[in-house]
Design a protein. Structure first.
Length: 149
């Protein structure tokens, strides 16, 4: 089990996504906001706490990513004012979805790394993350002048 956890920690993560998502916990549907996503699990914000150990089912349906049903388990919860931040580890995910999410995260991180190094012509519509992307370097985004950090 520890082996498993460590392996997933190395997977690249898509951060600060802010996409609405529905979880099914038994018979209940719980709305949440997808915050971080990797091929091994996700973090989301919800208006109610979900007990650690809860089995959940979900599908992700956002721009550029539509998955088969995924099973997961709540591994941690954190109170954030009115909201709860909830960590979920995927227990069952279609291998194609696993690869797709991983590729999204790798391409997104790759872009961030280049951007941090000052490379500007990094955007390509071939990038699998393109439909989800909201970065200032995205092609066709209107921005005045050069970026200074």
């Amino acid at each position: 089990m520890l082996q498993e956890k460590r392996r997933h920690n190395r997977l690249p993560v898509l951060h600060e996504m802010d996409e609405p998502i529905q979880l099914a916990i038994g018979e209940k549907n719980v709305p949440g906001i997808l915050v971080d996503l990797s091929a091994g699990g996700m973090a989301l914000l919800a208006f109610a706490s979900i007990p650690v150990g809860s089995e959940i089912n979900l599908s992700i349906d956002i721009k550029g990513l539509k998955t088969q049903p995924i099973s997961g388990k709540v591994v941690w919860t954190l109170s954030k004012g009115e909201m709860w931040r909830i960590g979920i580890v995927f227990t069952k995910i279609d291998p194609l979805d696993f690869r797709h999410i991983n590729r999204l995260a790798i391409e997104c991180q790759d872009c961030d790394n280049k951007y941090a190094l000052g490379v500007t012509d990094i955007c390509s519509e071939k990038c699998s993350y393109f439909p989800l992307c909201d970065k200032p370097v995205k092609l066709g985004k209107k921005h005045g002048g050069k970026h200074h950090h």
